[in-house]
Design a protein around this ligand. Structure first.
Ligand code: NAD
Length: 260
């Protein structure tokens, strides 16, 4: 379905981003992965995408806090593959603290990585997408783009911001064959979430199952984690011709969280 297309996915060295990369590669797209981590592990993931799906996969170490590095990442992808047809803005971090104690550097980093990086990447990909008359921009937002939780002021502000950016850009490019949508997951089972469990078990004197159901999945009526594969499948759908009339949407995949 996506042969001869190229997808740049920010924050794709692990978790949801890596899931997107592998799912789009399975559809034949060439891929640029991005993010931090152990160099050998990143190279193993990069080469596995090439080997498993017979596509080309490049790695960019661009820091999503730096607008110039983001622009260069897109330019390099266009030079190497000829175009960037799909952009998934996915890099994100979290910090939990009452707002009056929220560290200023953490606030700035969350706004930069979770929100402003999408602005920088979008402005870099749009000229090429407009020229070709086809593009798919997908932003990983969150249930926290639709509702709030206490102590997550920067994350919730950034995710509500990405919701507004999604709608605005969708309107600006609506006649250009480019769609812009946001996926709003609830709790997704990623290494990031898994790693929180042992500490929470100790801190609250709970079993693993209690931590999952009563802490992590408290707000998620299904009491099941969303999976990376489910989120990635929605992104594949958004890249399909069947989704050509879907733009400016915020799509919850949250086990019923935001229905409450
Ligand atoms: P993750 O920590 O597994 O992945 C985050 C990725 O972002 C990694 O590849 C990391 O290297 C990269 N990254 C972090 N800072 C970066 C920077 N400055 N420059 C470049 N890359 C950077 O987390 P995840 O759970 O897969 O989250 C991915 C996205 O999904 C985030 O935007 C997150 O807010 C969102 N999300 C996650 C969940 C969940 O439950 N896991 C729920 C809703 C939304």
């Amino acid at each position: 379905m996506l042969k001869n297309k190229t997808a740049v996915i920010t924050g794709s060295t692990s978790g949801i981003g890596l899931g997107y990369a592998r799912a789009l590669a399975a559809q034949g797209a060439n891929i640029v992965i991005n993010g931090f981590g152990d160099a050998a592990k990143i190279e193993a993931e990069r080469s596995a995408i090439e080997k498993d799906f017979g596509v080309q996969c490049a790695y960019s170490a661009a820091n999503m806090m730096n607008g110039e590095e983001i622009a260069t990442m897109i330019l390099n992808a266009e030079n190497e593959f000829g175009s960037v047809d799909i952009l998934i803005n996915n890099a994100g971090i979290q910090h939990v603290s009452p707002v009056d104690e929220f560290p200023v550097d953490k606030w700035d980093a969350i706004i930069a990585i979770n929100l402003s990086s999408a602005f920088h990447a979008i402005r870099a990909v749009l000229p090429g997408m407009k020229t070709r008359g086809w593009g798919r921009i997908i932003n990983t937002a969150s249930a926290h783009a639709l509702v709030a939780s206490p102590y997550k002021s920067a994350y919730v502000a950034a995710k509500h911001g990405i919701a507004g950016l999604t709608k605005t850009v969708a309107l600006e490019v609506a006649e250009k064959g480019i769609t812009v949508n946001a996926i709003c997951p609830g709790y997704v089972w990623t290494p990031l979430v898994e790693a929180q469990i042992p500490d929470t078990m100790k801190a609250r004197n709970m079993t693993e199952d209690e931590v999952k159901r009563e802490v992590l999945l408290k707000a998620q009526p299904t009491k099941e984690f969303v999976t990376v594969d489910q989120v990635a499948a929605l992104a594949v759908f958004l890249c399909s011709d069947a989704a050509a009339s879907m733009t400016g949407t915020l799509l919850p995949m949250d086990g019923g969280w935001t229905a409450q």
